[in-house]
Each structure stands twice: as structure tokens, then as C-alpha cells.
Design a protein around this ligand. Structure first.
Ligand SMILES: *[C@@H]1O[C@H](CO)[C@@H](O)[C@H](O)[C@H]1NC(C)=O
Ligand SMILES: [Cu+2]
Length: 223
């Protein structure tokens, strides 16, 4: 078993060198897939993850602190949007979606309060964990949120290399929510700060006695 684990680590390390990582670049809204970076902020770190837990780059990736020429798409509260990456996710780990309400989605820097709207952890069956490693991930924008502009953020956390530093693959889309309600979403968090170095979902060893998992960050807000 030890040999197997060591071999897995080695393979994971080699794969990291040999393959490109994944970057979330496309947003599908209103059933229409936008062009590359049309509604998802452009990053400037090629396909590298963000790894510092205290970095503002955790919000919308390196280079994503403002929208640049990324435009804001109008979507109805209660509808679903989809993030698509350039290549499918291949590091095991959870996926979370966050939103923050902003005055202007193009210029917002993500320093405002965020809440989580969805999380995807592993499923456990027959002693095996199965992660959702996909090219696309969808989320429903809660129907009770108030109308206005928001950043919608996807976070895939690579925890494939226990003992190494987990890797955040993040991106922000810019949406203008229409319809909706008047809910005050909670709990609210700041990013960075939403994940702690001691969180079990951050420190987990997914190869050793792995039979339960808590996705890091706040509880999911539901209407
Ligand atoms: C948007 O800006 C990037 C550089 O940040 C540039 O490469 C790209 O061509 C621009 N796209 C449009 C449509 O202007
Ligand atoms: Cu990697």
C-alpha cells in the first residue's frame, strides 16, 4: 500500500509537469456559451493555481482584480449558469461557487462580502471516493437574491498531493441579476480568509483512510 501511495504521488507530480492545468474561461448563460473571457475575467498567470491562503488573487485569479474588457451578462435569478474550462479538471478536490454583490461588476475588485451558493464534494462508495472532475460545472443562481450586479466565482481546490500545498483554480464571471427577491444571504465571508490552513477539507489526505469530507469555506446559502 505504501508503494502504491508513493507511486501515486510520483505520477501526480509527473502529470503536473507534463500536462497543462485547467483554466475556467467560458460562461454559458441564458443557454448561450459566450466567447473565451467574454463574461469570465481573464487571468494572467497562464494555467497556474493560486496557493497563498492570504492572497487577494484567491478572489478572481491573478490578473482578475478588475474586469478589463470582460462584459457583464444579464441573467434571471433562479436560472443556471455554467463555467467551462479549457481542459477538464484532473486534480482531485472540491468545487465551490461563491457570489458577491457589487455596484459595478466590471470594476469590482472582490473585496466585498461573499457567500457560497453551491459546493461539490466527493461521493463515497465501497471504500472509494469519487470526485466530480469535469470540463463544465453548473450552478443555479438563487431565486431569492436581490436584483443587481454580482461576481460569481468558481473555485476548484486541488488536494491531490497531501503534504504539498493545495491549489486553487478560480475564476470570476460578471452577471447582472434580474428579477429575484430581497433575501440577505449568509454566512458572509471575505476572500481571502474564507479557507483556513487548519480546515479539515484543506488538510485532508485523500489517499489514507478517506471516508468523509467537509468542503472548506462557509455553509451554502439557500433561499
Ligand atoms: C481584451 O484584452 C486583452 C488583453 O487584456 C486582449 O488580448 C484582447 O484582444 C482584448 N479583447 C478585445 C475583444 O478587445
Ligand atoms: Cu497541478
Amino acid at each position: 500500500m505504501k508503494t502504491f501511495v508513493a507511486a501515486s504521488f510520483l505520477l501526480a507530480a509527473l502529470a503536473d509537469v507534463a500536462q497543462g492545468h485547467y483554466i475556467f474561461q467560458y460562461l454559458t448563460a441564458n443557454g448561450k456559451k459566450g466567447a473565451q473571457y467574454q463574461n469570465v475575467r481573464r487571468n494572467t498567470n497562464y494555467n497556474s493555481p493560486v496557493t497563498a491562503l492570504n492572497s487577494p488573487d484567491l478572489r478572481c485569479n491573478v490578473g482578475g482584480n478588475t474586469g478589463g474588457n470582460t462584459t457583464t451578462v444579464a441573467v434571471a435569478a433562479g436560472s443556471s449558469i455554467t463555467f467551462t474550462a479549457d481542459t477538464a479538471v484532473y486534480h482531485q478536490g472540491p468545487v465551490s461557487f461563491y457570489m458577491t454583490k457589487v455596484a459595478d461588476a466590471v470594476s469590482a475588485d472582490g473585496s466585498t462580502d461573499w457567500f457560497k451558493i453551491k459546493e461539490i464534494g466527493p461521493t463515497f462508495s465501497g471504500g472509494q471516493a469519487k470526485w466530480d472532475m469535469s470540463l463544465t460545472y453548473s450552478v443555479t443562481l438563487p431565486s431569492c437574491l436581490s436584483a443587481g450586479e454580482y461576481l460569481v466565482r468558481i473555485e476548484q481546490l486541488g488536494i491531490h498531493n497531501p503534504g504539498g500545498t493545495p491549489q486553487f483554480y478560480v475564476a470570476c464571471s460578471q452577471v447582472k441579476l434580474t428579477g429575484g427577491g430581497s433575501a440577505s444571504p449568509s454566512p458572509l465571508v471575505k476572500i481571502p480568509g474564507h479557507v483556513k490552513a487548519t480546515d479539515s477539507g484543506y488538510t485532508a489526505n485523500i489517499y489514507n483512510n478517506f471516508n468523509s469530507y467537509t468542503v472548506p469555506g462557509p455553509k451554502v446559502f439557500t433561499c
